[in-house]
Write a protein that binds this ligand. Structure first.
Ligand code: PAD
Ligand code: ZN
Length: 361
């Protein structure tokens, strides 16, 4: 029997989001229905609402979520009703060329639920990132559910579903930050701060935070930055070089997504160092660099999608580290809100004082 629940729908380009009745089908083969307990508000949800991702309105927003599995469809063995899970947008297929090469975190054919959730008039909804978790219940592929220790608070656990994992993974997985490394992070929002927390976890000796906003730099310090640079006052490339014996950082993580900050990252890294681009650029952005510098400075220039995470490997491990007091995921939760306050949370993203607003159900 399909169920009717409340969910946050983006009806059309730039129209305010609305709480609507959503019809959630029973799980089919390989699917699960999850009772959502918490879901963070991410920039990507705002991009969906604004039409920046696709035109497949109406969207069921929300994708940074944790909850309890309510029911599973035929053939599901990895999760069972009652399991506490974080939802992920990387349910790996195990068969594509990336998976077959032993690099499932690049999976090119990730799974989502096959059936559609709808409005009561039958209109099909497009769930954000194949999840749609600003809703009391949601239908996903069973592989999108990753079991973790239920001792963690849901509003904290859900954050690993997107932005915080992207930042931590940019440091740990993509940048492969190691003990004693010097790391610089340009852009200290939720993603950049998570990269700082990841660099600290990895044992980086020096972590330099760069932002244009002093309040963001104060938070970055609390997350583990050892030095801060306000790039409206000081040239960040020179400042990072000065703080690293004149050489530049071993790993520079760009968490803004703009050509000028990418250029700063490129020149602020040491010879043979690594640049990780985790900020997401827009289609019209172009980058020009002397090819001789790209060649002569060596090292690697990488980008990081979802922190190159493998949910089944990374989520339980990071939750365990959080529960041991070694990774303060709770520091990313600025406020908890109700389902009908998502539009308000979008407004607050621009005022710059929120790392994450989390809807609690
Ligand atoms: P945010 O808006 O909370 O943070 C951006 C930060 O950058 C703010 O602190 C700004 O003050 C700062 N900033 C802006 N301009 C500059 C500048 N010129 N120099 C230095 N700092 C600057 O965003 P967020 O942290 O939620 O997300 C950051 C990026 O990461 C964004 O592009 C988002 O789309 C991307 C992202 N990527 C993934 C992924 O998988 N790669 C996942 C989730 C988010
Ligand atoms: Zn997201």
């Amino acid at each position: 029997m399909a169920q009717e629940v409340r969910g946050v729908v983006a009806p059309g380009r730039n129209e305010p989001v609305r709480v609507e009745t959503v019809v959630v089908p029973d799980p089919g083969p390989g699917e699960a229905v999850v009772q959502v307990q918490a879901c963070g508000v991410c920039h990507t949800d705002l991009h969906y609402k604004q039409g920046g991702i696709s035109d497949d309105y109406p969207f069921l927003l929300g994708h940074e979520a944790a909850g309890v599995v309510e029911s599973v469809g035929e053939g599901v063995t990895d999760v069972a009703p009652g399991d506490f899970v974080i939802l992920n947008w990387r349910a790996v297929c195990g068969r594509c060329r990336a998976c077959l090469r032993g690099r499932p975190w690049y999976c090119f054919d990730t799974h989502n639920a096959r059936q559609k959730m709808t409005l009561t008039d039958g209109t099909e909804l497009s769930p954000a990132l194949g999840i749609g978790a600003f809703a009391e219940k949601t239908l996903v592929a069973a592989g999108q559910c990753t079991k973790v220790d239920p001792a963690v608070a849901p509003e904290v656990a859900g954050l690993l579903g997107c932005g915080v994992m992207a930042g931590i993974g940019a440091a740990l997985n993509t940048g492969a930050v190691g003990r004693g490394d010097s790391v610089a992070v340009i852009g200290c929002g939720g993603v950049g701060d998570a990269a700082i927390a990841g660099a600290r976890l990895a044992g980086a000796a020096r972590i330099i935070a760069v932002d244009i906003n002093d309040a963001k730099l104060a938070t970055a310090r609390a997350m583990g930055a050892t030095h801060t640079v306000n790039s409206t006052a000081d040239d960040p490339v020179e400042a990072i070089r000065d703080l690293t014996g004149g050489h530049g950082a071993d790993v520079v993580i760009e968490a803004v997504g703009r050509p000028e900050t990418y250029r700063q990252a490129f020149y602020a890294r040491d010879l043979a160092g690594t640049v990780v681009l985790v900020g997401v650029p827009t289609p019209e952005m172009k980058l020009e660099l002397p090819l001789l510098d790209v060649f002569g400075r060596g090292g690697s220039l990488k980008s990081s999608w979802y922190g190159d995470c493998l949910p089944s490997r990374d989520f339980p491990m990071l939750i365990d580290l959080h529960l041991q007091g070694r990774l303060d995921l709770g520091a990313f939760v600025t406020e908890t809100i109700a389902l009908d306050q998502v539009e308000h949370a979008f407004d607050r993203m621009h005022t710059g004082d929120v790392l994450r607003s989390v809807v609690v159900l």
